[in-house]
Design a protein around this ligand. Structure first.
Ligand code: GLN
Ligand code: ZN
Length: 758
């Protein structure tokens, strides 16, 4: 059996590309040096795949920033404002990625969005009415030739026209359909060029096929590919899908005559059913996505072989493939020196997945031979034995004992609201912040020194306590109503809790690209999650001792903690989320017992894992995600006020769900959106009190008092004044101190002006 890799990580096993690119941004290295680094990385990846014996090796999966952005350049879709900069091709590209501010020129970057249900972000193409779409770039061809020189006839990978058109933004009056002919022509030409260069297969990525699709969209897909497939000549076309099943387009896709169709059998819940009930075209090769490109657990060989055998009844020829690009997993386990072997042997990062593909292909070809059975036996053994420190009977029993009543906070919202108003006696339009204060260099240095063992725990704490004292004093001077401790002890809102929760594992170098040069290192949910001791109480209590004003406790919610981790696969996400919820619940109750009577539970990533298909939103996700949040706070007294925070305002379509989290107050981003969300809140009779961010913390700009008064007045036109809170968009940790103080000063002044006017 042959093997295929959809795409490979790009940044380098030690983030070499990130560092080189950032140096280039700072003018520390030349363009040639950056290009050379990129070339070296590509050669290395090619070598890994060649040595592992991968048959379909991707090229053009490399990118300096993002594949959608590469496609913009390839198709001549660079918006006019970037062309006008008149800088080198590479700098025009980076200008679209990051904006350009130099020599009196000032152009903002293209918008960035999450790539389907991953934590990778793509640049949103902007297509102008007069865009002259045609094949204009060389990158895919150059990279194909480069691989040829390295002795590999690779499989060029391109984002397909349907996905590109569906994700693009149209700035004028035209829409996707108006550009269909131009796109079909440009992609057809690509195939011709590849045929001339000697390519055998070309892969078009069409993950957009896993969304709910309208008849018009399916018609657009068909129109595009009817043209493209006619033009393909001697090259074979692989239509690659991933991140789900293609139930809406399956009939269309299978009738068009693709040479290969790539289907995700891991995330695609209906993939197997589609193939087995509808059949699969006899002339088409099935690229079966069975090695997980999104998670880091070893493949269960026996299961995979079983699925391959089942599939062979429906497809004449099968190629074993990753389920999606390996971009979403870290490079290699080789750099993990601290992780004990007993844990490590359960993982496969990108490099190890190449070995899995090769081993699986061998096993499926020659079951029964001795050397092969040995590999299979070792894999069987791995899955047959319990993982160390994984199961926790107490946690299991506790979860078993959870009843309906534990998801229900009493008394109901309206009654609580009254009790809290009385108990807290806050002024109208209470002012607060989202939690973190600027993480200045000294704060980071202190944490680093502590982690490196250069200072004692006592010294570390003392420093942070001083910071907290200053922060509280500053907030009092600013006259904020509900104070925070500043979160100086946290470097990341998930890592901080993961490090203290039992059941979590941490890696050293397991970076995954999030966007451009930014990488994240998600922790791993290894086993049953429990809390061994309070995680935040000491800091909050100390902060409270510095003031007479209300001090808000600050936690991350279970859904966000899980969504920003690599989850377990042996139990459901629901189970993991509920385990985390119980751990955070204990923290909530400890904070309350310690006298903290306002507690914020951030769910910054709640929306992120909303299933791609609307029909799956509830059954697959919200039906456990919302209860998990409710379980965290249902045990508090009526007088304890529960806040939550979300870093976005795109929840117009799930407003009742957000209300159903049953928090007392929610703060969210609103300063950059058009406040439509507020109309929607009103239309839905939203009960929760709201703090729509009054200014944007993602920029160093200081909003004037006037501006904030205006924002608030517009909010008041839509929100019951008794329910309105005044706060920034999000945490202040990435901001400088000066701009933070100036902005908060204006914010408090604006709130006071409104109070006086009321
Ligand atoms: N409480 C966190 C902070 O203020 C929230 C961060 C976030 O929402 N991303 O930093
Ligand atoms: Zn936020």
């Amino acid at each position: 059996m042959q093997t295929s890799v959809i795409g490979y990580p790009r940044v380098g096993s030690l983030r070499e590309l990130k560092f080189a690119t950032e140096k280039y941004f700072k003018n520390d290295i030349t363009q040639e040096a950056l290009l050379a680094q990129a070339k070296a990385l590509r050669a290395e990846h090619l070598k890994s795949m060649k040595e592992s014996g991968i048959d379909f090796i991707p090229v053009n999966d490399f990118s300096f920033y993002d594949g959608m952005l590469d496609t913009v350049v390839l198709l001549n879709a660079t918006p006019a404002r970037y062309r006008k900069l008149n800088v080198s091709e590479l700098d025009t590209y980076f200008a679209m990625a990051r904006g350009y501010q130099k020599d009196g020129k000032d152009v903002k970057a293209l918008a960035m969005k999450k790539w389907f249900n991953t934590n990778y972000h793509y640049m949103v193409p902007e297509i102008e009415d007069d865009a002259d779409i045609r094949l204009a770039g060389k990158k895919p061809f150059d990279e194909f030739k480069e691989a040829l020189t390295g002795g590999v006839v690779a499989k060029p990978v391109l984002i397909g026209p349907f996905t590109f058109l569906k994700l693009a933004r149209y700035t004028g009056t035209k829409s996707a359909a108006d550009f269909a002919d131009a796109f079909a022509a440009a992609y057809s030409e690509t195939l011709k060029k590849f045929a001339d260069l000697g390519a055998k297969w070309v892969q078009f990525d069409e993950p957009a096929l896993v969304y709910d699709l309208t008849a018009d969209e399916i018609a657009l897909f068909e129109k595009l590919y009817r043209v493209i497939l006619t033009a393909k000549g001697s090259v074979k076309v692989l239509l690659q899908t991933y991140f789900g099943d293609i139930r809406d387009a399956y009939d269309t896709v299978t009738k068009l005559g693709f040479d290969g169709i790539g289907i995700d059998f891991l995330e695609g819940q209906k993939s197997f059913e589609l193939v087995s009930t509808k059949g699969f075209p006899a002339q088409t090769v099935l690229f079966a996505g069975l090695v997980n490109g999104k998670n880091i657990w070893k493949n269960h060989y026996r299961k995979t072989i079983g699925r391959l055998n089942e599939l062979s009844a429906f497809a004449k020829e099968i190629v074993l493939s990753t389920s999606c690009s390996l971009l979403h997993v870290p490079y290699t386990l080789k750099n993990e020196n601290k992780l004990p072997e007993a844990y490590k042997r359960h993982f496969a990062f990108a490099e190890e997945k190449l070995v899995e593909l090769a081993e699986l292909a061998k096993i499926s070809g020659s079951e029964g031979s001795d050397a092969i059975s040995e590999v299979l036996a070792a894999n069987d053994a791995l899955f047959a034995t319990a993982r160390p420190d994984c199961e926790n009977a107490t946690v299991r029993a506790r979860l078993q004992a959870v009843s309906e009543a534990d998801f229900e906070r009493k008394p109901a919202f309206a009654e609580r609201e009254k009790i809290q108003k009385e108990a807290l006696a806050l002024p109208q339009f209470p002012t607060t912040t989202i939690g973190s204060f600027p993480q200045t260099a000294d704060v980071k240095a202190n944490r680093k020194a502590f982690k490196a063992g250069q200072i004692s725990e006592e010294e570390y704490k003392k420093f942070n306590q001083e910071k907290i004292r200053e922060c509280v004093k500053l907030q009092e001077e600013l006259d904020l109503d509900v104070l925070v401790h500043g979160e100086y002890e946290r470097n990341d809102m998930v890592e901080y809790f993961g490090e203290q929760l039992k059941g979590y594992l941490f890696t050293e170098k397991a970076w995954v690209q999030s966007y451009g040069t930014r990488c994240v290192k998600p922790p791993i949910v290894w086993g049953d999650i429990s809390r061994e001791k309070p995680m935040t109480v000491e800091w909050s209590v100390f902060a409270k001792s510095c003031t007479n004003r209300p001090m808000k406790g600050m936690l991350t919610g279970p859904v966000t903690i899980l969504n920003w981790s690599f989850p377990r696969e042996d139990i459901t996400h629901k189970e993991s989320a509920l385990q985390i919820a119980l751990a955070i619940r204990d923290e909530v109750l400890d904070l309350e017992a310690a006298g903290i009577n306002i507690i914020q539970i951030d769910e910054a990533a709640l929306r992120e894992k909303l299933p791609l298909r609307k029909s799956d939103w509830y059954s697959e996700y919200l039906d456990w995600a919302i209860p998990a949040f409710r379980l965290v706070h249902s045990g508090v007294k009526a007088s304890t006020q529960i806040h939550t925070h979300m870093c976005y305002s795109e929840f117009t379509d799930i407003i009742p769900v957000i209300d159903n989290m049953d928090a007392d107050v929610i703060t969210f981003e609103a300063s950059r959106s058009d406040l439509l969300i507020l109309d929607a809140l009103r239309a839905n009779n939203f009960k929760t009190e709201v703090g729509p961010g009054v200014y944007d913390i993602h920029s160093p700009r200081v909003p004037s008092e006037e501006e904030i008064v205006n924002a608030l007045s517009r909010m008041l036109a839509r929100i019951n004044p008794e329910k309105l809170w005044v706060n920034p968009d999000c945490g202040l940790k990435t901001r400088g101190t000066t701009e933070t103080v100036a902005s908060l000063k204006n914010m408090v002044a604006a709130a006071k002006r409104l109070r006086a006017a009321d």
